[in-house]
Design a protein around this ligand. Sequence first.
Ligand code: NDP
Ligand code: 2IT
Length: 451
Amino acid sequence: MSIAETEIKKFENGNCAENKVFYQAMEEVIYSIAPLLESDEKYQEYAILERLVVPDRVIKFKVTWLDDNNKIQVNTGFRVQFNNALGPYKGGLRFHPTVNEGILKFLGFEQILKNALTGLPIGGGKGGADFDPKGKSDFEVMKFCSAFMTELHKYIGPRIDVPAGDIGVGGREIGYLFGEYKKITSSFEGVLTGKPFFFGGSLMRPEATGYGAVYFTETMLEMEGKETLEGKVCTVSGAGNVALHAIEKLQHIGAIPVTCTDSKGTIYDARGVDLDLLKDIKLNRRASLQEYIEVHPEAKYISVEEYPEGAHAVWDIPCYAAFPCATQNELTDIDAQNLIVNGVVSVTEGANMPSTPKAINDFLSHKICFAPAKAANAGGVAVSEFEMAQNASMIRWSFEKVDEKLKLTMQQIAKRVALTAKDYGVEGNYVDGANIASFKKVADAMIAEGI
Ligand code: NDP
Ligand code: 2IT
């Protein structure tokens, strides 16, 4: 049995249905870091893996709130404080009906390693609730956020744990959460990031993840001797924070993003996506993508039901570069084959773990430039840390300064990941490079801090 298989076997007892995505994330990391474990016994001697895959604590709480009909609603809230070897727990909150402990453990585990790659002093955590903001009024969202914070505030603080946004949590939700925290504690402090600008948010935080993913891709393509994105057709999935800003940056640099998706369907606009319209539909009106074709009847709307099981319309459209920016496991091996047959050159994960393990293997074995999530989407959390720095010093940075620092951070991550892959004999494999570089950083800190 290989060292990776031996390690994976140790954790098989916890591999239940709820933990499926957590095990998927963990297994990928263990396979990647096997050469490191083989080359240096200290990681096993200090039981780093056994310690790293168990969160420091999982906080689970009831959230009771009144809807607009004065009916009592009950949801479950969580905060997974995973690892603070490198800094305060840091990571987003997800509000989505599918949220459970297993999903948050997968996201929290990825977050530890992603945050380590940024080179900034932040540990890893994740939280959220099985609350569905869709179809709720502003007041209902506000009441839910207040009730959620009534419990969460006991466990967070600017030097303890600093939540931010994720799926279903944007500036509106962070604003309500911050307001409630302030009311309870009387303290105006940087306890959440992704705040609206006029009360402590950083310029560029909304754009950071999407822009960062494009900056990462530009550096990767250059390092791998490929053509730039200028003038190239790109496909993007999602129509939320990450996708919209990936599309925006692609347009800035002269690429042609032609798609976006939501949970119901795909828009394919061969002339390039109309971003103003998209923002109006998704950010201002929180409506369905189907409305896009009312304004642009020449574009195509493909509903999810129209597509065969296990495949997705968005990945069947020929492109130079693909950007999955919606959710986990949204790009399957069937999708990977479609992309490869259509000549894709690079795939960049804007979402967390959007590609299935089989899809990743296909990309790597066909020498597609593949940018894994924990490296490629780290721009969001990096600018969150910049927000923490600005809050702590009571100083605001300009848009240009944040953008420059973000670009530099993404370039440094890409170079470090590529170099690590080369050092460990897997040149061009950014998955292994990212996992080894980040694991080593966290593990070395854990060893230096004692048990
Ligand atoms: P948003 O809530 O802003 O947008 C999510 C988008 O993905 C929506 O278009 C949504 O469609 C779609 N989506 C969500 N769940 C599903 C699903 N089960 N099937 C199909 N489509 C789905 O979230 P973000 O843009 O912030 O996050 C997107 C991804 O990026 C997530 O994986 C997140 O973890 C990751 N990420 C986010 C960061 C951030 O800074 N926000 C940072 C790093 C990673 P619909 O509107 O129909 O639900
Ligand atoms: O997955 C992620 O990196 C995020 N949702 C952002 C986390 C953060 O703290 O900004």
